[in-house]
Design a protein. Sequence first.
Length: 490
Amino acid sequence: MGNRSDRSIGDPANNQKQVTSRTNSPGKVTQTELCQILKNPNAKTQFIEAIGAPYLINGDEFIAYDDDKSMLIKSVWASMQDLGGIALHGMEMDNIAGECPSGRPFHLLQSIVKAQMCNQCTDPNQPIVLPVATNGTDLLQQIASQTSRLRNVTESSCGDRFRVVCTYHLPTDSASSGLSMDNLPYDKCDEIVVQKFLLTASGKVETEEALSKETMADLISMIARNKLKTRFISSIHCFMSVEQLKKLLDKPSSSLVSEMIEHTKTYGTSGIELRCGHILRPKTKQKFAGLLRDLQEGLHAQPVDHNKCHKTVGMKIYAWRTDLTTIYEISTLNKLHHISMETFQVSTTQQTMLVEPLFDPNNQHLSIDSSLSKWLNSGLKRNICELLKKEMKPKNTTLHQYEMIFDYKQTIDTAVSFESAQTITYKTRYALREQLAGIALSALHQDDYSNKCGNKAFPLLQAVTKAIKCNKLTTPTAIETEEMKPSNNH
């Protein structure tokens, strides 16, 4: 590169004067030094997607290195392969003083901590291995805290434990889902959320017009037969405008509360999930919070079910709604049974839509992790949050995206992203690690219920169930603290 005389095989690739000016021995560059080099406008860097690593060129100096993105990719890949962990060598070179990037000591290690999801289907006597960093007490405490979360999945018959929630779309005459009520996987769903109920501007809870009386009679019969196995929740969509909601909230809440209580009695459901975020505004904040409190109090006063559990109220909130405090009263949300993060897609180009990326290392798109962090920072309790996952799986060869956590199919001019058993297992472990309330599947009828692919019926639900079962069975007996010790699963 440049006018160099050392072009023979075995000669150094870097200018010796530059190398010897480094803090460490020739050929070694710290993350702090890399950060400072990258501030040079003449330095050029590029990320090689094929190998998942970046390099930079600064004059006649060439450096291949790791950054936050490459470490996240490696950690996610190791987690999806169910390896025992990932080792970070030379930790003393990981910006230990937080100089550059400023205020971010051990930033590569923190990328591993963020992305590493443990496979709990291992030897229960195998110790958990934690990295130790010199003068990294705060970071060590952070890692220990995240590890302890995996152990604290509480058991309760009334829903305090981590739960699997399945969403069932009632079949209409015009567009049947093909999944009959008799074939629902009751044994794998802690709760089944039934959709197609509407709250109208008149304050009445109605069903969609396309639903027949026979379908609703079948629903009542199905709930009566299976309520000993599964809790059923009515998903009620606010079918009105912003102004209509405001007028409805201006009236006493007693009639609206009575209407929804009567609905649960008619169908035998154990609670209500409201979907009203699209019409909530700052001007409706206080009165909507009052409605939630009155509804919760009214349902709580109803007779308990066979598990001696009270009827509940939950909310579904859009992931892009990161400024919760503008339209929601956080203290009221924290008293609800659950908050479910609505499914979403992110458009990167006109041809590409990403299904619910978990991470976004470049902070360019909406992601589950970034939205959840903002929700928690606003004061929302993590143990009432549920992740809602959408099932999609087109045909052809599957490719993997390890930065944002999704699989995809590629054609000449477009790409379709979707969930697979691997990605949903990873996200379930993420929800467990973060001590969220559970994980919800948004459409059972899209989860290969007829086993056309030969991977057993409901493969995504099966993957979620397995991940949760492993978490319950594993009880680590010790914690080792060494600089970095890979487990025997490598």
